[in-house]
Design a protein. Structure first.
Length: 290
């Protein structure tokens, strides 16, 4: 037997209306407000007690702790931001509450107004090693720090990150890049020398021979190919030992070889002399009279 809605407990009224809101298209996204009928709810004031969610909200969720509805999905063509549904911001801007604010000048899509908050660069711009949008420049030019202009590289660089001679990224034919900054993979372009020689600086016309036992290098202390019979260790080539000598000698033989200090046995200090000198030093220390 069914009882009239007016006799239902308020908790049942809440659950029934919540289910109705979730499954009925006409009531979708509605919120219940207390204030009518016995125990706060009743059939007389149900229509007056219902408040709609955001007009463009498609799916809402009821939070049990405060019986409030929060939007989970908006109608097509609208973006969800907190609990509201808004039209998408124009290209080059982002939503900030009820407003659309401008992105960084060279950014097409972003989550904030700062340069590092860009997600998609504008046409003619690309992300650099810092994750910032900078202008696409032709070979021989580089983007400035703000990413808005292109300036000339050093004459030795084919492409670069800065105008200095050590800011090269790639080199022209006949030159080799000597990396000085592994983080950006930049360095200076050195004119090629024949194998076994290296150039010490871009403007140095000399070709300097590699170190001993080294066949190829880019500096005296950075060999990467050794001559036969030598081994490479930390940029330097060492000869591989071809024989081993295992021989022990006594102290007299060691002295006789000339490696030790030579002295005359007759000039060696006596025991009394050593102990007497030690006693004199002790007396000086413990009986010092300033």
């Amino acid at each position: 037997r069914h009882r009239p809605m007016a006799m239902w407990p308020s908790a049942c009224i809440r659950r029934w209306l919540a289910v109705a809101v979730l499954f009925a298209d006409d009531w979708e996204g509605l919120r219940i407000s207390p204030g009518a009928g016995r125990s706060g709810f009743g059939p007389v004031g149900v229509a007056a007690q219902i408040e709609k969610c955001h007009p463009q909200c498609k799916v809402c969720h009821l939070f049990d702790h405060d019986h409030s509805w929060h939007c989970l999905e908006c109608n097509q063509g609208y973006d969800l931001w907190v609990d509201g549904c808004f039209l998408p911001c124009p290209q080059g801007s982002f939503r900030y509450g009820y407003e659309c604010l401008k992105c960084f000048p060279n950014c097409q899509q972003c989550v904030g107004e700062l340069a590092h908050e860009c997600q998609v660069c504008a046409d003619g711009f690309d992300f650099d090693f810092r994750g910032l949008c900078v202008r696409q420049c032709k070979p021989g030019k580089y983007a400035t720090v703000n990413g808005l202009e292109c300036k000339d590289c050093d004459a030795y660089c084919k492409t670069c990150l800065a105008e200095s001679r050590i800011g090269c990224v790639t080199c022209y034919q006949g030159y080799t890049l000597r990396v000085l900054d592994p983080f950006t993979n930049t360095g200076e372009c050195m004119q090629d020398c024949r194998k076994g020689f290296f150039r010490d600086a871009p403007n140095d016309l000399r070709c300097i021979q590699c170190g001993k036992y080294c066949d190829d290098c880019n500096s005296l202390y950075n060999c990467f190919e050794c001559q036969p019979g030598a081994t490479l260790f930390r940029g330097i080539c060492y000869l591989v030992p071809t024989e081993m000598v295992d021989q022990t000698i006594d102290f007299e033989t060691y002295l006789g070889s000339g490696a030790g200090v030579q002295w005359d046995e007759s000039e060696k200090p006596t025991w009394n002399m050593l102990t007497g000198e030690s006693r004199r030093l002790q007396d000086d220390v413990f009986h010092f009279d300033p």
